[in-house]
Ligand binder design. Structure first.
Ligand code: T4K
Length: 369
């Protein structure tokens, strides 16, 4: 059997490129705490992401957690359960209450038609997720947030490098939080970033990622340690040089999948949205067992038998996690529940061979009855 194919594979620069990038660290002995690589990557990202302000973090999760803390929120945060554990955990760990809104059945992002009815006098913020790189209904979220004076924090973990109507995706809301994890379109091994509109929020975030230290003799907040170290920043610098090429290769993989799977009865594919420059982050497929003739689980197993590691992102929904002891009612988000039971994310990374995509699709289509 051929080598296993996993859902993704980290992008890495050439070994020599990384080694030459970290060489000066043996001269300056500067390893962390906002050193020269950190500053360089931050400047490069500001330019690449087309945003006014960006700061770096140790990972995407801490970026979200500290953004919520910096905004000094209390009460309820409206979000979606069709996401990675991080989104909901960041809310709960800030002693805020998640209120789950259902998702749109096509983009899998927050359903803005259901959003406003969930607002109470305790609502302080909306945390929508640009899931799989699909962009939320930004205009409608803005309108609702303005009307009710709510903060907007986007979980933008999946949208690195995207633009909406020509603007960097990090330019919207009060803040957008990105993940640079090894599994993402752009990685700094582990890493994350927050793009923000108000510089005073940025100052708070800068302190919070360094224990809340505000000056040599002043600790003004109870912060965490969420600084990106220099090895990670160096990896980010190298990967950023190649990211456009990586995205172009991902696009070719996505188009190859589409060429086999589009138009097949019982399969819902993910389309690039109008006005969005996509990063081709994930390849989700929703299977309708009644029409396709095989269930998501059967297809998952069949792929696994053939050494192909598709994943059920995002199943289970976060509002069903045992960590929450049955506190949330999953029936309040029926569309999210429906999709989470039927979705499979297929392998997608820049170097995935197109012949392997052909093979994966052949296996999937062989399950059709
Ligand atoms: N918000 C959203 C919406 C997110 O999706 C995430 C993270 C976050 C927030 C939080 O951001 P971070 O704090 O993570 O920066 C993975 C990632 O760990 C996680 O970053 C990501 N979302 C989530 C969707 O996927 P797992 O548990 O599925 O990862 P794992 O270890 O099974 O890896 C998946 C595949 O990736 C492997 O089968 C092979 C490949 N891989 C993995 C690693 C670790 C590599 O090629 N290289 C590697 O180093 O969570």
């Amino acid at each position: 059997m051929s080598d296993p194919i996993l859902v993704t594979r980290s992008s890495m620069p050439d070994y020599d490129e990384y080694i030459s990038e970290i060489k000066d660290m043996w001269e300056n002995h500067w390893l962390t705490n906002m050193g020269p690589k950190h500053k360089q990557l931050q400047a490069m990202l500001k330019e690449y992401m087309g945003v006014e302000n960006v700061d770096l973090f140790t990972n995407g999760h801490m970026a979200i957690e500290l953004t919520l803390q910096a905004l000094n929120l209390q009460g309820e945060v409206i979000t979606t359960p069709f996401t990675f554990a991080s989104t909901t955990h960041a809310i709960v760990r800030n002693k805020l209450e998640p209120v789950f809104c259902d998702i749109d059945p096509v983009t899998y992002t927050i359903d803005t038609e259901k959003l406003e009815s969930l607002i109470t006098d305790r609502t302080c913020a909306i945390m929508p997720v640009h899931v799989y790189g699909n962009v939320c209904n930004i205009e409608e979220i803005d309108r609702i947030a303005k009307k009710h004076e709510l903060k907007i924090v986007y979980d933008a973990a999946h949208t690195f490098g995207e633009t909406y109507k020509g603007k960097g995706i990090g330019s919207f809301g009060d803040a957008s939080c990105f993940s640079f994890h090894a599994t993402k379109v752009f990685n700094s091994i582990e890493g994350g970033a927050v793009c923000f509109s108000n510089p005073s929020l940025g100052k708070k975030l800068y302190d919070l990622k360094n224990f809340g230290i505000h000056g040599p003799e002043e600790v003004s907040a109870v912060g965490a340690n969420a600084k990106m170290n220099e090895f990670c920043a160096a990896m980010g610098i190298c990967n950023l040089r190649h990211v456009d090429e990586e995205i172009a290769k991902r696009k070719a993989v996505v188009e190859r999948y589409n060429s086999h799977l589009s138009g097949v009865d019982g399969i819902q594919l993910n389309a690039v949205q109008p006005d969005v420059k996509s990063n081709y982050a994930y390849y989700p497929v929703v299977f309708d067992e009644k029409v396709f003739g095989a269930s998501r689980s059967e297809i998952f197993e069949k792929l696994a038998e053939n050494g192909i590691g598709a994943r059920k992102y995002f199943y289970p929904l976060t509002n069903t996690f045992s960590a929450f002891h049955g506190k949330y009612d999953v029936n309040q988000t029926p569309v999210a529940l429906h999709i989470s039971k039927r979705v499979l994310t297929l392998p997608l990374y820049a170097d995935l061979a197109l012949e392997d995509v052909d093979r994966i699709c052949e296996i999937i289509l062989s399950c059709k009855k």
